[in-house]
Design a protein around this ligand. Structure first.
Ligand code: COA
Ligand code: AMP
Length: 625
């Protein structure tokens, strides 16, 4: 598909239903959809009504039927265990069909939920695809989350079965997963019937019979099963993401729209050809991992790389380039923070020169703002097109990109380029009026959202309506602020809510604030994101202690750091805590978190006229220096 972006976008705007129905014809359905979308009784949009399909069939079986059984599907590269393993479509299919048999034997049926809490190993992908094969709904929980977070997700998703492994490996540290899983099951109200545990040799998990089952043992006993047809609107997965409160939101992804969007994006956004190697250096626990480690490459018949390692220290900053050479990667997608880490350790990009990276055509960046220094460094050192694109867990694929599969547009540094065909992106002011070019406002998407985006929040339609639809009627609120320039280029300037991005990981400062505020010595507090040269943002807490606390403020700080780590997980990275006498507030008592962030980041303070006492900023400034 090549041509002109403006024409492609106009085709979508004029006839969105025709546009998407044409795309839907590019995947094999068991039953062809009868309409583009339908609205349910709550007004929510569901794509490709009447259609029946199976996402696992699309990812595996269809390629075997079409004669590509011997092509590579999955490449597992794990420097932390010194393992490299490759699975053809045939081999992956065998494993998945059999593991689907395991789940079926455990009573998992269409519509049942299965939680997956696993490191970056092939069995995690096998587990996801096996759920899809049965029409069961998986919910993958990132391995860096602690027991409390896992428990919250178990209680919301109410899984029949949990899949896990004995441990994850963080560079040279073995992180036992099973004690965290046991604790989460203990904390959760909902009780699972079974867990299936993959024992890794680095740490054997203690098993509790009859609940816990050994992955290899049950796999041996099972028989392969065929894909179950599901309706287009049946959920494929739930992926929890941070919102403004401590309760994560279960983003629902439906089978039909997802499959069409994944296929379309591989061509339009990433310019891939079937048979090429795609590598998303992310984690299956995040949306990037769901969409671009697992589903999109496989549906599109690319080989996908599953990398159990880091950009640095496994063993060094040339790790990414080694993978590119060894596996002949065509496109590499990661978060800017990964390249900032590489740049810090290898500023001259010697690793890039050391390896044969000639297979690599493009670099894709997303997950957080691509800062200009990182962009320029990458472009200068690699000479490759460096393509920023903007999206979020809610959409599952790029809202704005450089649509190279249609037309390669000139880059403007700091911009994610233009709205992807399918997304009607607009900028609205506080009153819901369209902003002029270059004027900042709330970035919204006109409804209906395209295929692949969330239709609602799992079992919580009211939260979906309240969080995303209530502010501007007829529009989806992305939570990001930004502007469109005179050429229609989109500049994302950051979140307008309590969500921050730490090393490409989405976290809620609202949740952290709830935990900090619960410390018995804390009278009040504010948690907000501040700039960090490596991770983009890190959280910072300012706390006001209750009078007459017996323990020292540094002890309290250490306790809070420990509690956040214990409750959310190490990835929360709350390491900066400052004890202050008082916090700046409006006269109505609202804490001015945005101004605190500006103060710490050394920006101009836009203090509202409703502030109670502006001298507090001077007090805090003294403490910061
Ligand atoms: N399981 C268990 N613990 C995990 C984990 C996992 N899957 N992932 C991270 N952690 C832990 C880390 O070990 C670290 O623990 P520590 O504080 O005890 O050292 C903590 O969480 C913070 O991890 P991280 O934020 O990754 O920081 P880091 O300093 O270890 O590494 C980077 C920095 C930049 C190298 C790393 O964050 C990175 O590779 N980022 C890319 C992120 C990415 O791909 N995001 C996906 C979106 S596209
Ligand atoms: P997640 O849901 O984890 O993918 O995080 C989504 C959020 O990350 C978005 O709402 C943005 O705030 C941020 N984000 C993702 N990609 C970009 C990008 N290319 N530029 C700026 N911010 C981004």
């Amino acid at each position: 598909m090549t041509g002109n972006y403006n024409d492609a976008y106009a085709a979508f705007k004029q006839e969105p239903c025709e546009f998407w129905l044409a795309q839907s014809k590019r995947i094999p359905w068991f039953k062809t959809p009868t309409s583009a979308y339908q609205q349910d009784e709550n007004g929510r949009y569901h794509w490709f009504a009447g259609g029946e399909l199976n996402t696992c069939y699309l990812a595996l079986d269809q390629h075997i039927e079409n004669g590509f059984a011997d092509e590579t599907a999955l490449i597992y590269d794990s420097p932390v265990t010194n393992t490299k393993q490759s699975f053809s479509y045939f081999e992956l299919h065998q494993k998945v069909a059999r593991f689907a048999g395991v789940l079926a034997d455990l009573g998992v049926e269409k519509g049942d939920r299965v939680v997956i809490y696993m490191p970056m190993i092939p069995e995690a992908v096998i587990g996801m695809l096996a759920c899809a094969r049965l029409g069961a709904i998986h919910s993958v929980v990132f391995g860096g989350f602690a027991a409390h977070e896992l428990a919250v997700r178990i209680d919301d998703a109410k899984p029949k079965v949990i899949l896990s492994a004995s441990c994850g490996i963080e560079i040279d540290r073995v992180i036992p997963y099973k004690p965290m899983l046991d604790e989460a099951i203990e904390l959760a109200t909902h009780q699972v019937t079974n867990t299936v545990i993959l024992q890794r040799e680095q740490a054997l998990a203690p098993m509790h019979s009859p609940r816990d089952l050994d992955w290899y043992l049950v796999e041996k006993e099972a028989n392969p099963v065929a894909p179950t047809p599901v309706r287009a609107e049946d959920p494929l997965y739930i992926l929890y993401t941070s919102g403004t409160t401590g309760t994560p939101k279960g983003v629902v992804r439906e089978n039909g729209g997802h499959a069409v969007a994944m296929h379309y994006s591989m061509e339009t956004v990433y310019g891939m050809k079937p048979g090429e190697v795609f590598w998303a250096a992310s984690d299956i626990g995040w949306v990037v991992g769901h969409s671009y480690i697992v589903y999109a490459p496989l549906i599109y018949r690319c080989a996908t790389v599953l990398y159990e390692g880091k950009p640095i220290r496994t063993p060094d900053a040339s790790a990414f380039w080694r993978i590119v050479e060894e596996h002949k990667v065509s496109a590499l997608f990661t978060a800017p923070t990964a390249f900032r880490a590489i740049k810090k350790e290898d500023p001259e990009a010697n690793g890039f020169k050391e390896y044969d990276t000639s297979s690599l055509k493009r670099l894709f960046l997303a997950g957080e703002r691509l800062d200009p220094p990182t962009y320029h460094w990458l472009q200068e050192k690699t000479g490759l097109p460096v393509l920023d694109h903007w999206w979020q867990t809610e959409t599952g694929w790029a809202i704005a990109c450089n649509p190279i599969g249609i037309e390669s547009l000139p880059t403007k540094v700091g911009s994610a380029t233009v709205a992807t065909p399918g997304f009607d992106v607009q900028i609205l002011d506080m009153d819901g009026n369209q902003c002029a070019p270059n004027e900042s406002g709330a970035v919204v998407i006109k409804l209906p959202l395209p295929p692949g985006c969330l239709p609602t929040i799992w079992q919580n339609d009211a939260r979906y309506a309240e969080g995303y639809l209530s502010q501007y009627e007829g529009y989806f609120l992305t939570g990001d602020g930004g502007y469109l320039d005179e050429d229609g280029y989109l500049f994302i300037m950051g979140r307008t809510d309590d969500v921050i991005n730490v090393a490409g990981h989405r976290l809620s400062t609202g949740e952290m604030e709830e935990i900090v505020a619960a410390h018995p010595a804390v009278a009040e507090c504010a948690v907000f994101g501040v700039n960090d040269s490596l991770k983009g943002q890190v959280p910072m807490a300012m706390i006001v202690l209750k009078d007459g606390e017996a323990i020292s403020s540094s002890e309290i700080e250490q306790e809070i750091i420990g509690t956040i780590r214990g409750k959310i997980g190490a990835i929360a990275c709350l390491k900066h805590i400052l004890c202050v006498e008082r916090l700046p507030k409006t006269r109505s008592g609202k804490i001015l978190r945005k101004n605190l962030r500006q103060l710490v980041d050394g920006e101009t303070l836009n203090i509202p006229s409703t502030i109670d006492d502006p001298s507090i900023f001077e007090e805090i400034k003294t403490l910061l220096t």
